[in-house]
Design a protein around this ligand. Structure first.
Ligand SMILES: Cc1cc2nc3c(=O)[nH]c(=O)nc-3n(C[C@H](O)[C@H](O)[C@H](O)COP(=O)(O)OP(=O)(O)OC[C@H]3O[C@@H](n4cnc5c(N)ncnc54)[C@H](O)[C@@H]3O)c2cc1C
Length: 422
């Protein structure tokens, strides 16, 4: 099943990944281009492979999802513009939402009809999220929400947002908060883009003036918002935003760039180290997935081992293994001729994009070869040792070695590979 799924995903990606990078998803044009890409994924039932079929998925196992991610990133497919919803809100709804909420919200999310923004941060509540001041007052059949949110990624273009609001004015800090959903074009909502130095509006402020949120858009019980938000945050630190395939693709492109730029022996060990790190993360995850499949359901704790991400409330640890591995792959690429290097501004961005668009190398080092010896790697089709696949557990032990160049795909204009495109 996993091999068939890999073949299906690979073939589809080969035929559909845009040949040229999409414009930045921090622009209106790029956002819509990425939405169109999400729609084509959804039409192929590849947008949310692990979700139930009723919501647009195909009930894929964790092993199949890992395979999908490997193929997705090896193909240089576009960044997932819907990730706030797909990777953060959706698992929260699966855990805390009502059946009605799941039926109403998830199919639209999967189809990219609703793209979600995350509205946690406030001007006086960043790292200290429990200091938030936005409040919701009880109204007829719902809540009237007022306040200001900031640093909301891509809220300038998104459709809806989830956030945390104080519903009990008498409660302090983590108590008396509720997890609410609202439309970004609802009456009383104003969205003000925050223009960054490069000119793009990657973030926005959201101002809410007595915005009506019906009871049906409260996730969990009123007052229980902190606990539910921490569940969302744990997914932000979790596996779904930093699959091994993502890091392996970055490291593989580093190897390719090193080879094409002359294979400087002085850099061989460091290049090999980056690739080995990514591969170790992949194997670690596969082993953890196999253990979890044997023992029962898995949760964000698996991804917490991966960690990574940014500082601030609910963010992952930047010094985690995955964050470090991916960052090093990018940094090392920067020290290679043609890599992003220390060039400034637009030139650095251009070089960075080009580096990310490098093809995946023919293969990793073969067994017995020196770790720095990528020139003696086996040819296409070679695979690492294959332990026996345990039967009836739904977990494949196939060890993925990147064997083919990307199928005509190019990296989109996303952030550096080790970080989630928040
Ligand atoms: C790329 C990116 C995307 C983001 N996207 C979103 C989004 O979609 N939605 C959203 O809601 N937010 C988003 N944020 C905001 C982010 O999650 C944090 O809330 C925010 O960056 C931190 O808040 P602040 O900027 O007010 O900094 P502050 O909280 O004021 O922190 C400033 C500095 O003080 C340090 N500091 C703070 N408290 C302490 C302490 N007690 N002890 C020691 N040092 C301390 C911090 O480490 C930091 O260096 C995003 C941020 C980034 C960088």
């Amino acid at each position: 099943m996993t091999d068939a799924f890999r073949a299906e995903a690979r073939d589809w990606l080969a035929a559909h990944v845009p040949a040229a990078p999409l414009p930045s998803l921090d622009t209106a044009e790029g956002f819509e281009a990425h939405r169109a890409w999400e729609r084509s994924l959804a039409a192929a039932r590849l947008a949310v492979v692990t979700w139930p079929a009723a919501y647009g998925g195909r009930d894929a196992t964790l092993a199949e999802w890992l395979v999908f991610e490997e193929e997705y990133h090896a193909a240089g497919a576009p960044a997932r513009v819907g990730q706030n919803g797909l990777s953060l809100l959706a698992p929260t709804l699966f855990a805390f939402g009502t059946g009605e909420q799941r039926d109403r919200l998830l199919p639209r999310m999967a189809a990219a009809d609703d793209i979600w923004a995350q509205a946690w941060s406030e001007p006086e509540a960043g790292s200290d999220l429990a200091a938030l001041r936005s409040r919701a007052i009880r109204g007829d059949g719902g809540w009237l929400v007022s306040g200001a949110k900031t640093w909301c990624s891509r809220a300038a273009f998104a459709d809806r947002a989830f956030g945390l609001f104080r519903t009990d004015p008498g409660a302090e800090r983590h108590r008396g908060l509720s997890y609410l959903l609202f439309g970004l074009r609802a009456p009383g909502v104003s969205v003000r883009p925050i223009r960054q130095l490069g000119g793009r509006t990657g973030f926005a402020e959201i101002f809410l003036d007595e915005v009506f949120v019906p009871d049906s858009d409260v996730v969990g019980e009123p007052g229980d918002g902190w606990r539910i938000a921490m569940s969302t945050a744990s997914h932000e630190r979790g596996l779904s935003l930093r699959s091994p395939g993502r890091f392996l693709a970055a490291a593989s492109r580093l190897v390719s760039l090193w080879r094409r730029s002359g294979g400087d022996p002085a850099l061989a060990d460091r290049v090999a180290d980056a690739w080995i790190g990514a591969r170790a993360y992949q194997l670690h995850t596969q082993a953890a997935a196999a253990r979890l499949a044997a023992a029962g359901p898995f949760g964000p704790d698996l991804g917490a081992a991966a960690g990574g991400g940014r500082g601030g409330a609910g963010r992952g640890r930047a010094d985690s293994p995955a964050g470090r591995i991916g960052r090093e792959a990018v940094l090392r690429r920067g020290r290679l001729p043609g890599g992003p290097g220390r060039a400034a501004g637009a030139r650095r961005d251009r070089l960075h994009r080009r580096a990310r668009a490098e093809p995946v190398p023919a293969a990793g080092p073969r067994a017995g070869a020196g770790v720095g010896d990528f020139s003696r790697a086996p040819g296409p089709g070679a695979a690492g040792a294959r332990p026996r696949e345990p039967r009836g557990r739904g977990v494949a032990w196939t060890l993925f070695v990147p064997t083919d160049p990307p199928q005509g795909g190019r990296r989109s204009d996303e952030g550096p590979p080790p970080q989630a495109a928040k």
